[in-house]
Design a protein around this ligand. Structure first.
Ligand SMILES: Nc1ncnc2c1ncn2[C@@H]1O[C@H](COP(=O)(O)OP(=O)(O)OP(=O)(O)O)[C@@H](O)[C@H]1O
Ligand SMILES: [Mg+2]
Length: 147
């Protein structure tokens, strides 16, 4: 049986770094309607930020042109105060999701990244699901129950 939800939102944002902050603001504005604690809102901001940054930086490889490079974010607030956030890109995909989720795993060779994004998402959410197809897409789903 499908769970009852009481609000939902879908966003499609061009994959530019400014939109990481935009995504956080919009999603937090919506989640705020559930009166989360400051800590809960902080957790959601951090986890979302990691997922959106990954879509832009890894999925699309920080594109100079954003034509066709969109990050899709869907938020569902359920009546039992749980929330589900999906972050999806149509980028390069992840060849080995299990390896990518390991702490300190990164394919970055610039030294800018630490390989901790998925670990942060897991620390700040109740559940994180990742599905990906190489050359096609990546979808990260974050679940969190609010107090
Ligand atoms: N949306 C995505 N598309 C393609 N590859 C991805 C995506 N998200 C993550 N990855 C791959 O998974 C690896 C691990 O991601 P993770 O967020 O844990 O670390 P990172 O982004 O490399 O470093 P950090 O998040 O600490 O800056 C990335 O280095 C990248 O290879
Ligand atoms: Mg990352």
């Amino acid at each position: 049986m499908k769970r009852a939800y009481f609000n939902t939102m879908k966003l499609a944002l061009p994959a530019i770094s400014e939109n990481e902050r935009m995504a956080r603001s919009l999603v937090c504005a919506m989640v705020s309607t559930l009166n989360p604690t400051v800590a809960e809102l902080g957790d959601i901001r951090c986890a979302l930020s990691e997922a959106v940054t990954n879509a832009i930086v890894h999925g699309y490889g920080s594109p100079q042109s954003v034509d066709g490079c969109l990050v899709y974010i869907a938020v569902t607030l359920y009546a039992d105060r749980t929330l589900k956030i999906t972050v999806r890109d149509h980028g390069c995909g992840i060849p080995d999701v299990a390896a990518a989720r390991e702490p300190l795993f990164t394919t970055d060779d610039t030294g800018d990244r630490s390989g901790m994004g998925f670990s942060v998402m897991e620390a700040f959410c109740d559940r994180v699901e990742v599905s990906s197809r190489v050359g096609a897409r990546t979808k990260v789903t974050l679940y969190k129950a609010l107090s």
